[in-house]
Design a protein around this ligand. Structure first.
Ligand code: ARG
Length: 459
């Protein structure tokens, strides 16, 4: 005789491997808190609908709180017949309060139950990820504040392009994470819709006050269609996309720092706490934290693709395929829960080698400034660009730096060049001249830092 919730119509027992295939308790156990929260609210709603007496509801709530305590204290024991978290909690509730436990599931299905649980879980998770991202942002901001005047080469195509400051580089990684936090906020809006009351697919047959249930559970709205309510996993896909995007941003930050930490660049040095050695080469100090962050982007993207693939072409409404929503979600959240604080720590403790960055600047990086010099003398930019290019070619042919050309050389290139062309060869001046909002000048960067702080709610 089976002890399954749905055992009534079954004569035989489930195949052993089929059970392992079907069960989700190994991974959905972590929904316990959401599941019990949902059930406590549902018990009260059933009383409100006249399905339970107040006494019965009180008994169920007290029993559910006892189960909650067992979980919180690590005393909850999973039994072999616990198919998933929902059956496990109900089974234990029955052991504690007796037969009245059988009334809790009235009008409810695991379909609307699991959709509710996962939304509650996701809402908590969104807050945690946002918090961890913000901490990484403050680490980037602190490095920016400490290096407003630290000059370094800015790159396009990973070729030296124009001088910037290290602060400007730090902030270039701050804003993508700001978008991630905002994107998560937007994702929370749609996640906070309550499916409970959708039943298996057709809706609850008792006069349940879904709006009150939603308020009770902290949802901003209720789902509008019972079929959609039990089968909508858009919120999981959105959250997985948000996580994947964070992963992509982490991977770009990581890649920059991996390159900057090489002996060839030497711009930054990782604290020992965030580097590892080689078992063979005694001299090695490897940026493993960054490499892992870069690598994890792969699984974060994979988890998104995995869910979207499972959702594609699913017939309305609930299908067991939807059980495949949880593992990718949990994995992405676990990945970020570890990666974000590690990268924040590595950024916070980063040693920045200002001298090395400065020495990597090359006067040729001021060729654009040469063109801009001509523009200020009234030469159209296209022509100025061409003339500056000629000067670069001349310096190259002479085997000297662009800043080493004599005034005679400059005049050969164009009569528009005067003595003051030599003043252009000042990296600090070049940086200071890029003074628009969002530019790399120390003044503009200070203003940017104020906006970043305000964004973080620190100022
Ligand atoms: N473990 C299931 C899931 O994660 C719960 C819902 C099961 N519903 C069902 N009709 N078998 O989706």
């Amino acid at each position: 005789m089976t002890t399954k919730l749905w055992g009534g119509r079954f004569g035989g027992t489930t195949d052993v491997l089929m059970r392992r295939f079907n069960d989700s308790i190994t991974f959905d156990l972590r929904l316990w808190e959401a599941d019990i929260r949902g059930s406590i609210a549902y018990a009260s709603a059933l009383a409100g609908a006249g399905v339970l007496t107040d006494q019965e509801a009180a008994t169920l709530v007290a029993g559910l709180r006892a189960v909650q305590t067992e979980f919180a204290e690590g005393r909850f024991e999973v039994k072999p017949d616990d198919e998933d978290i929902h059956t496990a909690v109900e089974r234990r509730l029955k052991e504690i309060v007796g037969e009245v436990a059988g009334k809790l599931h009235t009008g409810r299905s695991r379909n609307d139950q699991v959709a509710t649980d996962l939304r509650l879980f996701a809402l908590d998770a969104i807050r945690n990820v946002q918090h961890a991202i913000r901490d990484l942002q403050s680490a980037l901001l602190a490095q920016a504040q400490a290096h407003i005047n630290a000059l370094m080469p800015g790159y396009t195509h990973l070729q030296r392009a124009q001088p910037i400051t290290f602060a400007q580089w730090c902030l270039s990684h701050f804003w993508p994470f700001a978008r991630d936090v905002e994107r998560l906020e937007d994702c929370a809006l749609r996640t906070a819709a309550l499916p409970l009351g959708s039943g298996a697919l057709a809706g609850n047959p008792f006069p349940l006050d879904r709006e009150a249930l939603a308020r009770e559970l902290g949802f901003a709205q209720i789902t509008q269609n019972s079929l959609d309510g039990v089968s909508d996993r858009d919120f999981v896909a959105e959250l997985l996309f948000c996580c994947a995007m964070v992963g992509v941003h982490l991977s770009r930050l990581a890649e920059d720092l991996i390159v900057y930490s090489t002996a060839e660049f030497g711009f930054v040095t990782f604290d020992d706490a965030y580097a590892t050695g080689s078992s063979l080469m005694p001299q090695k100090k490897n940026p493993d934290a960054m490499e892992l962050a870069r690598g994890k982007a792969g699984r974060l993207i994979g988890n998104l693709v995995s869910l979207l693939t499972a959702l594609k072409g699913l017939p309305m409404s609930y299908n067991k395929d939807l059980q495949e929503d949880k593992e990718p979600l949990f994995d992405s959240l676990d990945t970020l829960t570890l990666a974000l604080p590690v990268i924040a720590g590595a950024v916070r403790t980063l040693k920045v080698n200002i001298e090395r960055m400065r020495r990597a600047l090359d006067p040729a990086m001021l060729a654009t400034d040469v063109a801009e010099y001509l523009v200020r003398k009234g030469v159209p930019f296209r022509e100025a660009h061409h003339l500056a290019g000629r000067a670069v070619a001349m310096a190259e042919a002479k085997g000297m730096g662009l800043n080493e050309l004599t005034i005679g050389d400059w005049r050969l290139v164009s009569p528009h060049f005067d003595d003051d062309i030599l003043a252009v060869f000042d990296f600090g001046r070049s940086v200071a001249s890029r003074d628009v909002i969002g530019g790399t000048s120390p003044r503009a960067v200070r203003a940017q830092i104020r906006r970043a702080k305000r964004w973080l709610g620190q100022a």
